[in-house]
Design a binder for this molecule. Sequence first.
Ligand SMILES: [Fe+2]
Length: 612
Amino acid sequence: MSAYLLPQNDDREKRAAELADAASKYKYNMDIGIPLIDSEGPDDANKLDWKIKIFALLLRLRKNVQAICDKSGLKFQEARPVRDIPRLVSVLTSGGDTVEYFTPDLGFVASPQESRPTSIKDYTDKVFVDRDHNNRGSAPLPEMAHVWDSDLTFAYNFLAGPNPAMLQRFTPQTKPVDFDLTTVDLGSLSEFGGDTMERAIREGRVYFVDHTDLRAIFAHLPNAPAPNAAPRTFKSEVSGDWKYIYAPYAVFVVPPDGKHMLPVAIRCGLKTEGNHIYTPKDGYSWRMARVCMLAAHNNHHEVVSHLGLTHLLIDPICMATRLRLHSRHPVYRLLNPHFEGTASVNIGARTSLILPERSVDRLVGSKIERNYPYLQEQRLGYSFRGNFPKVRAASRGVDDASLLPNYPYREDAALIWDAIHSWVSDYVSIWYHSEADIRADYELQAWANEINDIGKVKDFCLSGGGVHGRDDLIDLLTMTIFTAGPQHAAVNFPQGREMLFVPVNPMAGYAPAPMGHGHTEADFLRILPPLDVAVQTWSVLNLLAGVNNTRLGDYRGAFLTHPVSEAYNLKFRANLLMIEGKINSANRIRRGIYGLDYVHLLPSRIPASINI
Ligand SMILES: [Fe+2]
């Protein structure tokens, strides 16, 4: 008898009791208003290979951060010796916070003046150690550091950066309140000679990213210099500096017969608050507007696109799988590797990473507590079916490659979605021979309803609840696997690559948005993150992107006992290999166009689950 059985085919009387016993180990946690797993169960833990990788990473980070401190000469409040053996022994033996030991929160640089960059070169010279510094560590300068000042790089961030699915086509229906695009003189920009905004809108070549709703997380602190300012704090100590979040709107246009879009206008807040529309002709005022846009975009990335819509979306699906499916259920067997480490890493995030005055709070522009209601609203309002990647691209008007060419995230995500969909279709066909088999699977029906009704994953079920048929199940499983694997990889791993050089991808601004014109380099440097924040960013983001464990398509031998599943799995893995080749070829073209490639959806780099 197969170890995998649908409940209607399992005549063992103890199945229900076994499932109830397994489910009894779980309860929901509602600390941040989203249903999450309270404590990890036996199937949730990371395996030994993950533990070895994280320990090696932590050792490396400790050494590298120390090398940066040595080279930069920055004097942090809390810098510790690189080898604090007694403390390490105490951490390891008493079960203390190993992450805190290895990636210490360095605090501030004592003098705010010392932390201000005097030129962009300060970031390259003080935050990065290109070669082993006295053989004690290294922090290589990222590729983005060489192209930070280009509008093409700015555009690329929205097509292949950390938060690559926010773009939307401009239409009269999506027209923003209070932003008259026709005031932008397109023809005066060098790449658009002879073009007009009216013509570009008519031809569907105008796109935008709208972060005006980030006003919901402005701090509104009594003594803040502006409603969008939050103090920099370290263990309840305030630095005297302020950091800022913005609610901007950026417009991009693809030139006629162009190979890519370019930014043409940014406004950092409402017109009624005195904000101007800046264009690439505005020198340092334009560069400051780009910083405002990226700070907002990256705040949204960490809180919503990364944490909310991957980590905290998969968590209740994992929970429902533990509660409603017996471990012999074929869907449990399929999904289990896609949940490896997720509950564990989410518990760590909830109890440490996203708390006030901890890592994420230190780096993003807004106060973390102000983000929770926004995170809740975005996560609970996110339509599971409305965000299948091709559905999302179509509904946002960014699916047409003839109008918006060379969009790496869209292209690679579609290839991988199709491969997962084909694999899941094959797998489902083994177990469900008719629609009646789906209807009779009472565990599966309860699973879907649990996710929709209790886990609050909007639109998981179609009207009437449950799973409607084989096609419906295939879609649900494909999106679950896509979110746990490729989508998380797309938003997680740019943290360790594209986001390390803060002038090109800041997570907060450190001055109010520009007003008026004629800003100088000094104004621009003032809005960028200070050097101590840049070092802390390097340390935290390298941790968050530093472990790449397990591989999409590799089920660690789970199907070896079932030859048909194993054969289909081999087909899936062969498909992924072909996609790897296609993306590598596309990357040669992308490098020719953008000077950069897009590696985050290469199948060989996509873990099966969210485990970091
Ligand atoms: Fe992550």
